[in-house]
Design a protein around this ligand. Structure first.
Ligand code: G3I
Length: 345
């Protein structure tokens, strides 16, 4: 009799616990839940959408504790004419972020893409390239000192086979453009957190091994590379995805002394031809969140957009991609609830 009584009491406690957990999860935002894990939860943010789409603005300001400037800080937007810096849009985003106590991630100081036209005319040799790059990096970092203190300094420098990507910076300066960029950024703001950022580098492969070896060597030589950003653009149909391999890789990066950020996660669905797409998507988001939570060096988990109607996948790959946490009407998807569950338990 006594035994049965305890079973009842145990069962009741369990049910109450589950109910309270469910209630807490329902009521809390991603941001609130991530605070308890000491994790920044971010999204990339677009200026136009922030101003024109009320639902987007509500989600951006309530669900996330970090914003990455999606396009407005790229070189073509920031310096459309040589020496004529256009800070207006990002300044407005900074102000709005401050009003909502949201941290900002600067994206991106050096990339082979999103370049203004004048670069191909003015950057003709090593000296002109160094002058242009140093000025660009230091003007931006100095302008945002005190309001943006984390930057993706160099973006997408390696090819899949582990060779360096052919960009105007590699052609003119050579591989040194990478360590130089970090040094120039550090000079402009000694307190900033400086990241290398790439895609396809979230597991061990030819590209990520080449990246880690080079970044580690530079770091040993005193180049101020604080962290590595793993973009984590995932194709739900890609059978190479492996939570264990991601965990192994994050641990290796941590052991090499780098901070880690998941910087651009999305999970596109257009290549997955079965009815299970939403579950696979939720599972992938959940797996990467779990790895991040289990890796002390991982301090940020950022998704590349808020709702499916403002996504580069929808615009540039397929309207069936639907890669984000909220649908085109701003309604939460299964992946959103999965992330909340991972953060809560
Ligand atoms: O806003 C203009 C619009 O006014 C114009 O009519 C239209 C015509 O092409 O273009 C619109 O701008 C586009 C912008 O996205 C906003 O949608 C640009 O052409 C287009 O090039 C731009 O693409 C961005 C891409 O980077 C290139 O800069 C994507 O939004 C952005 O999500 C994507 O982000 C990159 C990261 O920076 C680095 N990692 C990969 C990631 C995905 O490609």
């Amino acid at each position: 009799m006594k035994k049965r009584k305890w079973i009842w009491i145990g069962g009741a406690i369990l049910i109450i616990g589950i109910a309270i957990g469910g209630y807490l999860m329902e009521k809390q935002t991603l941001r609130k839940l991530a605070e308890n894990d000491d994790l920044l939860i971010g999204s990339s943010i677009r200026y136009d959408a922030l101003l024109e789409d009320d639902t987007y603005q509500r989600l951006a300001t309530t669900e996330f504790s970090s914003w990455t400037i999606e396009n407005e800080m790229k070189m073509d937007a920031m310096q459309p004419e040589q020496g004529a810096f256009n800070f207006v849009k990002v300044d407005e985003m900074v102000q709005m972020a401050e009003e909502h106590d949201i941290k900002l991630r600067g994206h991106v100081l050096v990339w082979g893409e999103a370049l203004p036209e004048w670069v191909s005319q003015q950057v003709v040799d090593r000296a002109s390239a160094e002058q242009v790059l140093k000025t660009h990096i230091q003007e931006l970092v100095k302008h945002y000192k005190g309001s943006i203190d984390t930057f993706d300094v160099v973006n997408e420098a390696w090819n899949d086979d582990g060779t360096l990507r052919d960009t105007i910076w590699l052609r003119t300066i050579g591989p040194d453009y990478i360590p130089l960029a970090f040094q120039w950024a550090r000079e402009a703001n000694p307190d900033a957190k400086l990241y290398y950022n790439d895609y396809g580098n979230e597991m061990s492969n030819a590209k990520s091994e080449a990246m880690l070896e080079a970044l580690s060597n530079w770091k040993k030589d005193g180049i101020p590379i604080d962290g590595i950003g793993m973009q984590t653009h995932v194709d739900a149909a890609d059978s190479r995805f492996s939570k264990n391999r991601i965990q192994e890789w994050f641990t290796r990066i941590e052991d090499a002394g780098f901070d880690i950020a998941v910087t651009e996660m999305d999970v596109k669905l257009q290549n997955l031809n079965n009815g299970d797409a939403k579950n696979v998507q939720a599972e992938r988001f959940g797996d990467v969140m779990e790895v991040c939570l289990d890796t002390p060096a991982c301090g940020e988990f950022t998704v590349w957009g808020i709702s499916d109607n403002h996504s580069w996948v929808t615009e540039q790959e397929s309207p069936n991609g639907k890669p984000l946490l909220f649908d085109e009407n701003g309604q939460p998807k299964k992946a959103y609830n999965t992330l909340k569950r991972k953060l809560l338990f």
